[in-house]
Design a binder for this molecule. Sequence first.
Ligand code: TYM
Length: 337
Amino acid sequence: MKTILTGIRANSVLTLGNFLGAMLPMVRLSNKYSKEGYSVNIFVPDLHSIISEVDGNLRENTIRTLKYYLAAGLEINENVHIYRQSYVPAHSELCWILNCTATMGEMNRMTQYKEKSEGKSSCNVGIFDYPVLMAADILLYSANYVPLGEDQFQHIELTRNIAERFNHKYGEVFVIPEATAEQVKFMGVEKAIRIRDLIDPEKKMSKSTAAENSKIMLDDEPAKVAKKIMGATTDSFEQIKFDFATRPGISNLLYMAALMKGISLSDFVKDWEGQSRYGDLKKAVAEVISTRLADFQARMAKISDEEVLALFEEGEKYANKIANAKLLEVQKAVGLR
Ligand code: TYM
């Protein structure tokens, strides 16, 4: 039986980038494959959250993050397991063991670490080390598929390298997750998803960007969404065309709307390509996104904390069982047991 696993940090209200890049794809894959016997693990990496600032209360944010999945349509059945990372201590334990396999050279090459530490006079060790914790998150459950947005893909390669090196030294303990090309194929997309910043479409949309108008947050009201989309940077070609290389702004709008509607990009693009009415396109995109978001927000409001906590507690029993068994295998291989 194959395993699909992913996590989204709960540092604040999530962005539309998290939603379209990772959450909706995971919901779609989970609803399909959990019924075919795959094991699906969705966890909130709360230990990853504290590498950077947390807006509000982490425990409450964690509950809200799971509500997002449910409101996005995640169906629960016996193959879907939901848990909080810090409730499964084996993650931290395995992280330490893997730290002794990962090398400084490969960690120094992580783009996310470079970006997150850039311009800072000092940076916490967690920011440097979190990809190893991520490897532990994945390897403990022998995950084959890890649906992610484009910015996190490098960490899959790192996980594979660490696992292969460990297996070579200590024996075949870890299942190696699929390579990135296979991951992308499994997600059913042509390329890993990268939703861009509305003001500077060369950059990814990120919750840590200060400018409010550069990102859509999942709790934005329809009028706010419309204002942000109408103000999005486009180009001066005066003709709508999907091409991230030369027209990243307009391509981002087309891409977001297609993903939000759940239709293929070519189906959405064919109605607009070649036209010059940028304002009309923006209005249509704003309409698609704000309508769907309003609907999503209404569903969120109906989900209770109790419902979420019950799912966590159930999932944590399962996760501890699987994770502890794998950890013991690792400990034996290393000679700790
Ligand atoms: P995090 O919390 O930064 O992001 C969560 C997910 O959202 C995706 N994402 C995007 N996708 C497309 N366009 C964007 N603009 C965009 N912004 C964010 C991310 O790629 C990610 O998939 N380390 C991870 C969390 C994690 C994890 C794991 C994931 C910890 N352990 C194990 C999978 C497996 C992180 O910080 O993601």
